[in-house]
Design a binder for this molecule. Structure first.
Ligand SMILES: [Zn+2]
Ligand SMILES: [Zn+2]
Length: 335
């Protein structure tokens, strides 16, 4: 799911023409409030459909190959309910992760008028994204698939066809957790089914022919094992990111440099929605949204020397152009 190569993290284009705030015009119309968020990316849509197909395949094999033909009704009902509830929660979390705005920064707000209205004091700067012409709050990053800057962007996940950011990380974590749980549950059921059928008569074990039953079960086994490993690793990484309040992008940008040990219970509560309760596991419960970023959040202190990426500043350090000088006076930094 982490498909972001290291050299793409800073999306910096320090070309003078990008540094002119007047080139940023407001978007032609503000998106209507309440519009559904959906990324029109062919690869992401295909991956999301494959995800649904794989869950529905598992559902089919569990129900029609293993549980319905079984003569142990108590076993079938208990496992059928558990598996279906978990699968439903996994698909619901997937929909919520895909259709929730991950924390997009208003597009095209880096206009000259808006920057002037912020009344920057000496030493204060605003960071402008040259690609979507927005003013980047702290910890926001540009996603080239979503074509937007996303607050606390962790990574863009094609499996949920969306960025994982401040507002939808809870749903993504729940999605990985429920997929890991149904995978584990399916593996245990396949194990029991094989044991049971080896002792019994194969023809009474499933309504399908023995070879078809074996092929369907082996395919389910492979699928469940693969997804169990994949989603539990992802779940662990996400929980670690939330507990240490460090996104995947920030961790990779740090390039292994040591970082002050930071545990943040507050960040965990913000991500999952308040104090610990069952709602943490409910994909239909919206986590407490952080306050809408105010203009104050857009203004930052000027970069220290360590923040300046030497390789990316050639345009601005050597022979500053007129535009760059003008840029300096406006205290807008392209990031
Ligand atoms: Zn951007
Ligand atoms: Zn994205």
């Amino acid at each position: 799911m982490m498909l972001i190569p290291t050299h793409h993290f800073r999306d910096i284009e320090r070309k003078p023409e990008y540094l002119q705030p007047e080139k940023c015009t407001p978007p032609p119309y503000p998106g209507p409030v309440g519009t559904m968020w959906f990324i029109r990316d062919g690869c992401g849509i295909a991956c999301a459909i494959v995800t649904w197909f794989l869950v529905l395949y598992a559902e089919f094999v569990v129900l029609f190959v293993m549980l319905l033909p079984s003569r142990d009704y108590v076993y079938s009902i208990i496992n059928g309910v558990i598996f279906n509830v978990l699968a439903f929660l996994a698909l619901a979390s997937h929909c919520r992760a895909m259709l929730t705005d991950p924390g997009a920064v208003p597009k095209g707000n880096a206009t000259k008028e808006f920057i002037e209205s912020l009344q920057l004091k000496p030493g204060q700067v605003v960071y402008k994204c040259p690609k979507c012409c927005s003013i980047k709050p702290d910890r926001a990053h540009h996603c080239s698939v979503c074509k937007r800057c996303i607050r606390k962007m962790d990574h863009h996940c094609p499996w949920v066809n969306n960025c994982v950011g401040e507002n939808n990380q809870k749903y993504f974590v729940l999605f990985t957790m429920y997929i890991a749980l149904i995978s584990l549950h399916a593996l245990i059921m396949v194990g029991f089914h094989f044991l049971h059928c080896f002792e019994d008569d194969w023809t009474k074990c499933s309504s399908f022919s023995p070879p078809t039953t074996v092929i369907l079960l082996i395919l389910l086994c492979f699928e469940a094992l693969l997804f169990l490993i994949f989603t539990s690793v992802m779940f662990g990484t996400q929980v670690h990111s939330i507990c240490t309040d460090e996104t995947g992008i920030e961790r990779l940008k740090r390039k292994g440099q040591p970082r002050a040990h930071r545990r943040s219970w507050k960040a965990v509560k913000e991500t999952f929605g308040g104090d610990f309760s069952l709602n943490w596991f409910n994909p239909f419960s919206t986590p407490c949204q952080p306050k809408t970023p105010s203009d104050k959040d857009l203004v930052r202190q000027g970069p220290s020397l360590s923040d300046i990426d030497i390789t990316d500043t050639t345009t601005t350090t050597a022979e500053p152009s007129e535009e760059t000088k003008e840029e300096d006076s406006l205290e807008v930094i392209d990031e």
